[in-house]
Design a protein around this ligand. Structure first.
Ligand code: PAF
Length: 283
């Protein structure tokens, strides 16, 4: 695996290829990232990953400074799983001046859910992803792979490439889960052993609301607001601090007021102790 630290090095390594397939990450790789890499490999003629902890997508009180940085073991995993090129710029390479020019995603998608609780998060994500796309694809075509755990993120990025006429296909990889059902995330490493045992309850709460919505499609109606409140209350009783648990239309994350045949998804975010987890369940 070649490691590029600068944009010139990266472009030099990718010069001879027609269709890069790209897996952007913030490092601290786990089986979820490895599965995205497995999904990516057959989709292009060179597999590229990036590791960059993007300051722009963290609020001042969030975990930018303590975000786990495990570069050597990340490199080993990427190498083992067939990554061809790793782009690992430092901050002064990607942001040589303060990044004042930013990508402003559509507020109807980006200011709700994660965007409501982490204002500016999707501006930070879109800005870095657009910049990474320029570095990797250099204006050409390719494929980029993101995980479904970050449901709203992959939807906004699909919107971005479509609205900005970028010849990049966004492919979404299913969420990888631990044997008990907890969605893999670098932030799971913050959990104490007791919290780790409890952590699966978020995905269970989302799945149970998704099941109720699925059943209600055929058997009758569902009081969506009451079902969402019930899910949040049961998490609160277990000691969680939920930000939201909500049933949404899958294509634009608009609220579901009436059940229909449209695809839906339950999304949730909640804090357990000091660790904030997110997950989702398709209906
Ligand atoms: O999902 C992530 O790890 C990050 O948001 C991403 C897409 C690598 C941008 O920093």
């Amino acid at each position: 695996m070649l490691i590029a630290r600068t944009v010139d090095e990266l472009r030099h390594h990718l010069f001879a290829f027609n269709k890069p397939v790209f897996v952007p990450t913030m490092g601290n790789l786990h089986e979820g990232h490895v599965n995205l890499l497995r999904l990516a490999k057959p989709l292009g003629d060179v597999t590229v990953a990036s590791i960059f902890v993007n300051r722009l997508q963290f609020l001042p009180h969030e975990d930018f400074a303590s975000y786990p940085r495990t570069f050597d073991s990340d490199c080993q995993q990427l190498q083992t799983h067939g990554c061809d090129v790793l782009f690992a710029p430092d901050e002064s390479t990607l942001y040589p001046q303060p990044q004042t020019f930013k990508v402003q995603p559509d507020p109807t998608l980006a200011d709700i859910l994660e965007g409501e609780f982490r204002p500016g998060f999707f501006t930070g994500v879109c800005t870095v992803v657009l910049k990474l796309f320029h570095c990797v694809f250099n204006g050409g075509a390719g494929v980029a792979v993101f995980g479904q755990k970050d449901y709203q993120q992959q939807l906004i990025l699909k919107h971005m490439v479509q609205q900005l006429a970028m010849p990049i296909e966004i492919v979404t990889g299913t969420t990888t889960r631990a044997p008990d059902g907890l969605a893999l995330s670098s932030r799971n490493g913050y959990l104490s052993p007791t919290e780790r045992t409890e952590a699966v309850q978020l995905s269970l709460a989302l799945r149970s609301l998704a099941q109720a919505a699925r059943a209600a499609k055929t058997t009758g109606s569902l009081d969506v607001a009451a079902a969402e409140n019930h899910a949040m209350q049961s998490l609160r009783h277990r000691g969680w601090q939920p930000d939201y648990v909500t049933l949404r239309h899958a294509h634009d994350l608009s609220a579901v007021t009436q059940l229909s045949d449209q695809a839906m998804v339950v999304l949730g975010a909640a804090k357990l102790g000091t660790t904030r987890l997110i997950d989702n369940a398709e209906v």
